[in-house]
Design a binder for this molecule. Structure first.
Ligand SMILES: [Zn+2]
Length: 382
């Protein structure tokens, strides 16, 4: 029986085989230090079929919404070899256990990356601790010290999709037992034979890479409230966001450029920094106005204001950004995405990825579950 027929004819078996992945994905997806908005993805290989999280779905909702799509492993590998874009077998798509035709799902942009590693279960996360290391000029040597003894590999930044999968395939063919991949200016991939093994290894890597975030001065709430009265901007409910405005190191880091793709895709660039020298009375039609289309505004030395139109996806990514920059020290030499890297992520795939995330806003409250021994010091997302 080929993979298509097997997938179609074994829904109950598929459902029970996917269940551990579904629960694991929901736990990971509800940890804002690992996953923000629709970022991150998980997969499992079953009888020649790769079941992978659909593009734009929020892993936080994995235990309440269908979000895994079947992709023929052999076809994915063939398409990668032929440098083709991923084409999902329509017969396999029809084999999704309960998805209705009215709600089509497409496989994650990272499907090739999941297909090229030999392990059965793969998780990819935008861990803020990992990213805080993976944006450093000396990331590889810092990581070598902390991940010593693990079967890990460093992959300098390459765009998502085929380029990233190609780099991972090279590593996997040389050292097929590699089960930790740290992606420069991007995130983390953990692989294993089952969900428990992957979850344990993810916890171990997070424990080793944990950084206590820097404290930040208090926001100038009075000034921000004045701004809110005379402008469309509002104060955030999440107090931790103000660090981007009150902490000089964070402002310096943001002024330097874009740290990772989701920052550019969801929050725009350059960072919307409004100098503290601008009089409040000039804000309404002045400097603050030039950032009117942006989801947030950094008021230097004072705090952060949000657009009335900020989406949940943008807010989740902004909260992740704060957690990353508060974990990068004042003397750290940062490797930013180049202008051509940024242009690449803002082209077709990045735009589609963002639109897909916005269309699938998480219905679940994002909360800190007892998943990892936390170094979280910020407030919860609501
Ligand atoms: Zn990613």
């Amino acid at each position: 029986m080929n993979g298509t027929a097997a997938a179609r004819d074994s829904f109950p078996d598929v459902r029970s085989a996917l269940d551990p992945l579904v629960r694991f994905s929901a736990r990971v997806g509800r940890d804002p230090l690992l996953v923000q908005a629709s970022s991150g993805n998980t997969s499992i290989k079953l009888d020649g079929v790769l079941w992978i999280k659909a593009s734009g779905r929020w892993m936080a909702d994995a235990d309440r919404d269908e979000m895994f799509v079947p992709v023929s492993l052999s076809e994915a590998r063939e398409q990668l070899d032929r440098q083709m874009d991923l084409v999902v077998d329509s017969a396999l798509s029809a084999a999704q256990p309960t998805r209705s035709a009215a709600q089509p799902m497409s496989a994650s942009i990272e499907t090739f990356m999941h297909a090229v590693v030999p392990h059965r279960v793969v998780v990819h996360v935008h861990s803020v601790n990992t990213i805080a290391w993976a944006v450093r000029q000396n990331a590889e040597s810092e990581l070598a010290e902390r991940l010593s003894g693990l079967r890990w590999h460093w992959i300098p930044y390459v765009p998502s999709g085929r380029p990233l999968a190609g780099e991972m395939e090279k590593v996997a063919s040389r050292r097929p037992d590699t089960d930790v991949f740290v992606l420069g200016n991007h995130g983390l991939v953990i692989c294993g034979e089952d969900c428990n093994a992957v979850e344990e290894l993810l916890c171990e890597v997070e424990r080793r890479l944990a950084i206590v975030p820097r404290g930040a001065p208090m926001p100038r709430r009075g000034l921000l409230e004045q701004l809110a009265c005379i402008s469309p901007w509002r104060l955030p409910e999440i107090e931790a966001l103000h660090a981007l405005g009150t902490d000089a190191t964070s402002r310096r880091i943001l002024r330097g450029g874009v740290l990772y793709p989701c920052q550019a895709i969801f929050l725009g660039q350059p960072a919307p920094l409004m100098p503290c020298s601008v009089p409040v009375s000039d804000v309404r039609d002045g400097v603050g106005g030039q950032y009117g289309h942006r989801p947030f505004l950094i008021v230097e030395g004072s705090g952060v204001m949000l657009s009335q139109k900020i989406t949940r996806a943008e807010l989740a990514v902004l909260s992740g950004l704060v957690e990353v920059v508060q974990r990068i020290g004042p003397s750290t030499s940062v490797r930013y995405l180049t202008p051509s890297d940024v242009a690449g992520v803002l082209s077709g795939d990045g735009v589609r990825y963002r639109a897909s995330a916005e269309n699938n806003q998480s219905a679940s409250a994002i909360s800190r579950e007892c998943f990892l021994p936390g170094s979280w010091s910020g407030e919860e997302l609501h």
